[in-house]
Design a protein around this ligand. Structure first.
Ligand SMILES: NC(=O)c1ccc[n+]([C@@H]2O[C@H](COP(=O)([O-])OP(=O)(O)OC[C@H]3O[C@@H](n4cnc5c(N)ncnc54)[C@H](O)[C@@H]3O)[C@@H](O)[C@H]2O)c1
Length: 253
């Protein structure tokens, strides 16, 4: 039996990076995967590739900041299939300009990052919990970061948004524990993805980040996707409100 057999799953930010790798893995494990994103061409292309390989996937345009879109997409999926089993709140932005300290940080950048990275996770959890409650439960996985656990010399809004995801996850886990809805956060270290590309293209920053990582290398999307799969599957049925840290040892120092 495959690890996500018969599960209806939704992944935000699924057109690229960690979300795209997770979508492919969920499909390989026999889930029906809804890939949601605002980069429509890439998301549609990946969904088509998955379907052509014989697995089950569909693409939906979803801006995670838009409450009406969440309501209508999750209502439709729930009506079509009778249940929603897994939501991965993965969509996120890095928050620019990353080199500024708090005293110089522009408030419009703060607002945008909080809206996508934190409010987006709240909205997804809000609508998934409504439907999961009615059908016996589910698993919600919120992608935070090591910067939801520790501070950094760069930026302001990203750490705030990821810290919000960390503690919001625990509140939701406690509130829905009696409904069999598990809510956990994942905390990746420095992972090579399009989001990190501009930062990692600076050789000095790249070597600094590797030096901060005890295992001595950057992470890959594969390092993260198997952790998300575990939290999505019934193998993790005793885990809720936890912080799943996959960071090459960064926060162990
Ligand atoms: N790459 C890293 O080093 C790293 C480290 C820790 C945490 N993370 C987190 O992992 C998650 C995935 O990041 P990634 O590195 O794969 O980045 P990525 O840029 O490759 O993918 C992020 C996806 O989110 C989508 N997105 C952005 N705004 C959106 C919106 N408003 N609505 C819907 N989708 C939207 C983008 O279109 C993109 O497809 C993010 O939450 C990120 O903060 C990444």
């Amino acid at each position: 039996m495959k690890r996500l057999q018969n599960k209806v799953t939704i992944i935000t930010g699924a057109s690229s990076g960690i979300g795209a790798a997770t979508a492919q893995l969920f499909a390989d494990e026999d889930a029906l995967v809804y890939l949601c994103d605002i980069q429509d061409d890439m998301g549609e292309g990946l969904a088509e590739e998955i379907v052509q390989s014989g697995a089950k996937a569909k693409y939906c345009h979803l801006d995670v900041r838009d409450e009406q879109q969440w309501d209508s997409i999750l209502s439709r999926i729930s009506q079509e299939h009778g249940h929603i089993d897994v939501l991965v709140n993965n969509a996120g932005i890095g928050g620019a300009p990353v080199h500024l300290k708090v005293e110089d940080y522009p408030v419009n950048d703060w607002d945008k990052t909080i809206a996508i990275n934190a409010t987006g996770v709240f909205l997804g959890t809000k609508y998934a919990a409504r439907f999961m409650k009615q059908t016996g439960g589910g698993s919600i996985i919120n992608i935070s970061s090591v910067y939801g656990l520790v501070g950094t010399t760069r930026g302001a809004s990203y750490t705030a948004s990821k810290g919000a995801v960390r503690i919001f996850t625990k509140a939701a886990a406690v509130q829905y524990s009696q409904d069999n809805i598990r809510v956990n956060s994942v905390h990746p270290g420095f992972i090579e993805t399009p989001q990190a590309a501009s930062l990692l293209s600076d050789p000095q920053v790249r070597s600094d980040l590797i030096n901060q990582t005890p295992v001595g290398r950057l992470g890959t999307v594969d390092d993260i996707k198997y952790g998300i799969l575990y939290l999505a599957s019934d193998e993790s049925s005793y885990m809720t409100g936890s912080e799943f840290v996959i960071d090459g040892g960064i926060t162990a120092r």
